[in-house]
Design a protein around this ligand. Structure first.
Ligand code: MN
Length: 732
């Protein structure tokens, strides 16, 4: 390759570019940039731009945008200098690879392919867009070089004939600006939009331009009046900051006027102010928010915290609207310098925050992918953080595939993802209601594994709900957690409904079930616990009305039987009722009395408990514990019927008492418990009832004790059994 000597202006240009690179970039390969510059200068030597300048001014300008505005790296600056070589000269890819290395050659080749693709005029179709996206994700610098190229062409569009201006501006507005938006390159997006607007709709552009200039002074005056008190307070608080009236872009004003059907004045008078803090600490933004709301009254519904919950593309800021002087509403954005750069430069800002490495391409693409992953997944960190981190780590090690919506939007999902994963990636509601899917236009089952680059369309139906089977085949954390959340919530609702139905019916039939009776009942019916039982009722799997009717008939029959036969002890309460009533000795009002009495089954007193008697009609005295909640709630007339009672001295009677306990289930636990009671404590057990669910057991034991001390000793001893977490006397 022969290199022409640079003339003097060219030599000055090169030196200026190198200076810019050294000022902004982390590392600069001077030799590479010098060589690329000289080669570009030579290869384009006899060509001129429409402006009459030598052609190499264009690649130089594109390279300068990358070094000064996007702030990428020396590789992309070199590629920018060479970006039109393959298209406009006879040199080809292999030559560039040999002279400048494979990375630079790939970037130039990629930028050229993007140009070709756009020239084919099919880019509005999702198919081409998809290919383009796949291509660019390999190395994000390709698209950044292309954006810089387009930006310079738009900035110098005045030199082209009108039809060409319209064609290029249309292409820019249709393709490049939305693409810049997708990559978070706001600054480029706005400039491309305003420049396109200028050429496509010169009258409206001029009109807005004139009006903005006419009101500039007034506007700046107001902004100053608004910001001065804030600036004072921030300085006093020791903040370093930049405070500015947020510039309004002509095209966005125009769009708002058209979309909202409002005159210029109304759109333009919505003032907006931005506070950029020179701090590393995100929480400083909240302090500053506090200061601003101290000065101006905030409109509560307009507060948005994108710092705790960033937007999908990584955007972070606080947005608040306050009432400024003259009662005008002013939007205030508060963010750190770093947040601001990401907000303005998107993926390019991300680039400048990472350290320069050796294997730039791999590192860059890895980081790009994980950056995209992070921002895609951030919105989803609501539930159990540990589970989330585990799933997220798993996702990081999985291969990824790129999937496209029918509109050409890109979604990155783990390999093996199904249409259900994809549906949840779009939106929770799309996931919850998805009923079918098309891959590349063909209807497929919901558990189909999607291939890289496929286009997927989700079919939804209002009546569709997540199916428990989905949990078995989805792979993304997001889909899993959303399905789980939906199913749990539905289960909870049905269980609650079942409980209500049951309680209503029980009340109507004037029945009463204690917790213990209900546990026994659900166990007899082979339900794992009460929740499962109520769920069955709520879901219509168990006819509780039928059951309760038969229950009443059975109870009546039992009662009649009992009158003649020796009683069979069905439940704890029945036992209490029968065994603990009768003619007994009791100290009533200080004197031993042999009277008709029974022990209240609501509190099951045992010797040692403080007790009180209640004179019933026809059943003698009913003995309660003094702290029984029934006694506490007695009405005045009932209280009149209470008598002082006490345990007779030296009575050797066995009393029943209930113990409730719970803890972690393990093998041999029940036998340890029964051993402690019967062997260690030498106590008889009347009955046991245990439920185990998810490794947690919960149960009750009925034992025979002599008195309260005896009972407390048992409770104390049981607390020391491995796995037992809580033990307490059963109070009904
Ligand atoms: Mn170009």
């Amino acid at each position: 390759m022969s290199i022409s000597l640079l003339n003097e202006p060219a030599e000055q240009n090169l030196n200026r570019l190198l200076e810019t690179c050294h000022r902004n970039l982390k590392t600069v390969d001077d030799g590479l940039i010098r060589k690329a510059f000289q080669f570009s200068y030579t290869a384009h030597q006899n060509i001129q731009r429409a402006s009459g300048e030598p052609y190499f001014i264009h690649p130089l300008a594109v390279a300068t945008i990358l070094a000064e505005e996007l702030i990428l790296d020396d590789i992309s600056v070199a590629a920018a200098l060479l970006h039109d070589i393959i298209e406009d000269t006879d040199y080809e890819f292999d030559f560039l690879k040999k002279e400048f290395g494979v990375t630079v050659a790939n970037l130039v080749d990629g930028a050229t392919k993007i140009t070709d693709m756009f020239k084919s005029h099919e880019v509005t179709e999702a198919e081409s867009f998809r290919k383009l996206m796949l291509f660019m994700i390999k190395d994000i610098r390709v698209i950044l070089v292309k954006f810089a190229d387009r930006l310079h062409n738009m900035r110098t569009l005045q030199f082209l004939p009108h039809p060409k201006q319209v064609k290029i501006a249309t292409e820019t507005l249709d393709i490049y600006a939305p693409l810049a938006h997708r990559f978070g390159l706001w600054q480029i997006k706005w400039e491309l939009e305003d420049l396109s607007f200028k050429y496509l709709n010169p009258e409206s552009y001029e009109d807005i331009f004139r009006k903005v200039n006419a009101r500039r002074e007034e506007r700046e005056g107001y902004i100053g009046q608004f910001t001065n008190p804030i600036a004072e307070r921030l300085t006093a608080a020791g903040f370093h900051f930049e405070l500015s009236g947020r510039p309004k872009h002509f095209y966005s004003i125009y769009n708002k006027m058209v979309n909202r059907g409002k005159p210029f004045e109304e759109i333009y008078d919505l003032f907006a102010v931005r506070i950029i803090l020179d701090t590393q600490q995100a929480y400083d933004c909240f302090t500053v928010y506090g200061i601003v709301s101290d000065i101006y009254f905030p409109v509560p519904v307009r507060f948005k915290d994108y710092i705790s919950v960033p937007k999908h593309n990584g955007y972070q800021s606080i947005h608040t609207t306050v009432v400024g002087p003259e009662g005008k509403l002013v939007e205030v954005q508060i963010r750190t310098r770093k947040m601001h750069e990401i907000a303005e430069k998107g993926v390019a800002a991300h680039w400048s925050y990472k350290e320069a490495g050796e294997s730039v391409v791999n590192k860059q693409s890895d980081e790009w992918i994980s950056w995209v992953r992070e921002i895609f997944d951030q919105a989803d960190s609501s539930e159990n953080p540990n589970q989330f981190i585990e799933d997220f780590k798993l996702n990081l090690f999985q291969d990824e595939i790129f999937i496209f919506t029918p509109k050409g939007d890109l979604k990155i999902l783990p390999k093996g993802s199904t249409p259900v994963d994809f549906a949840y990636e779009i939106h929770t509601n799309v996931g919850n209601h998805c009923i079918g899917a098309k891959i590349n236009g063909k209807i497929v089952p919901l558990n189909t594994r999607i291939d890289n680059g496929n286009q997927v369309e989700i079919i939804t139906s209002k009546n569709q709900k997540p199916n428990p089977d989905w949990e078995k085949f989805v792979v993304t954390h997001k889909a899993k957690s959303k399905i789980r959340a939906f199913l749990n919530e539905e289960k909870r609702k049905i269980t609650e409904l079942g409980r209500e139905m049951w309680e209503k019916r029980v009340k109507k039939l004037k029945l009463k079930f204690t917790d213990l009776e209900l546990n026994k009942l659900t166990q007899d019916l082979k339900y794992s616990n009460q929740s499962a039982f109520f769920y069955a009722i709520g879901f219509g799997l168990f006819n509780h009305e039928d059951y309760l009717e038969k229950y009443i008939i059975r109870q009546t029959a039992k009662k009649e039987q009992k009158a003649d036969e020796k009683p069979e002890f069905g439940t704890f309460e029945e036992f209490v009722k029968t065994s603990r009533s009768g003619q007994k000795t009791l100290v009533v009002e200080g004197k031993n009395a042999n009277i008709q009495m029974n022990y209240a089954k609501c509190c099951n007193p045992v010797p040692g408990d403080e007790i009180v008697g209640y004179v019933t009609i026809g059943e003698g005295i009913k003995v309660h514990r003094k702290n029984c909640r029934n006694i506490v709630n007695y009405s005045n007339s009932e209280v009149l019927r209470l008598v002082d009672v006490d345990w007779p001295k030296g009575a050797h009677e066995d009393f029943m008492a209930g113990i409730r306990l719970s803890g972690e289930d393990r093998k041999g636990l029940v036998s340890d418990i029964t051993n402690v009671i019967s062997k260690t404590m030498n106590t008889n057990i009347r009955g046991l009832n245990f439920n185990t669910k998810d490794g947690i057991f919960d149960g009750s034991i009925i034992v025979f004790v002599n008195d309260v001390d005896h009972l407390l000793r048992i409770i104390d001893r049981m607390k020391r059994i491995e796995g037992v977490k809580s033990v307490a006397r059963l109070e009904e």
